[in-house]
Write a protein that binds this ligand. Sequence first.
Ligand SMILES: O=c1[nH]c(=O)n([C@H]2C[C@H](O)[C@@H](COP(=O)(O)O)O2)cc1CO
Length: 146
Amino acid sequence: MNIYFCGSIRGGRQDVAIYQQIVTCLKSYGTVLTEHVAFPELELVEKNLNDAEILERDMQWLSKAQVVVAEVTQPSLGVGFEIARAITLNKPVLCLFRPSSGQRLSALIRGSANNRSFFVGNYEQRDDFEKFIQDFMGYCSQKRTV
Ligand SMILES: O=c1[nH]c(=O)n([C@H]2C[C@H](O)[C@@H](COP(=O)(O)O)O2)cc1CO
């Protein structure tokens, strides 16, 4: 299973430690194509690419992905863009949001939840997002076999 993980980069890196925990969990289900999003030293990875090259690479990964998981607490234009593209490409999407952050999730994201191809999970603890991911991956694998 190819997994595309989205998390804020230029939108703000305050949740990078949580992205690492999420990526660790996702790796037990398949290949995380965008593992760099969780790297604290991300600039080193991206420094040889210009913005157009980053977009091109990411969109290729997105088309190769079977599922998309996005941490959406820290608002990010890039993450919103990736989610919109994923919807257009008919990829199942799980968004993870932490209400205790004090942020309010965009209506355009929460309003997209349909419990079929687009899910939004409110989490606080690691256990919570692990359960959302487990249920989402189980659901997506079942759909792929029918
Ligand atoms: O250097 C980058 N590398 C990269 O892969 N991205 C992608 C992956 C992230 O899920 C998303 C973050 O967007 P933003 O930088 O607008 O917060 O965009 C974004 C940037 C910088 O915008």
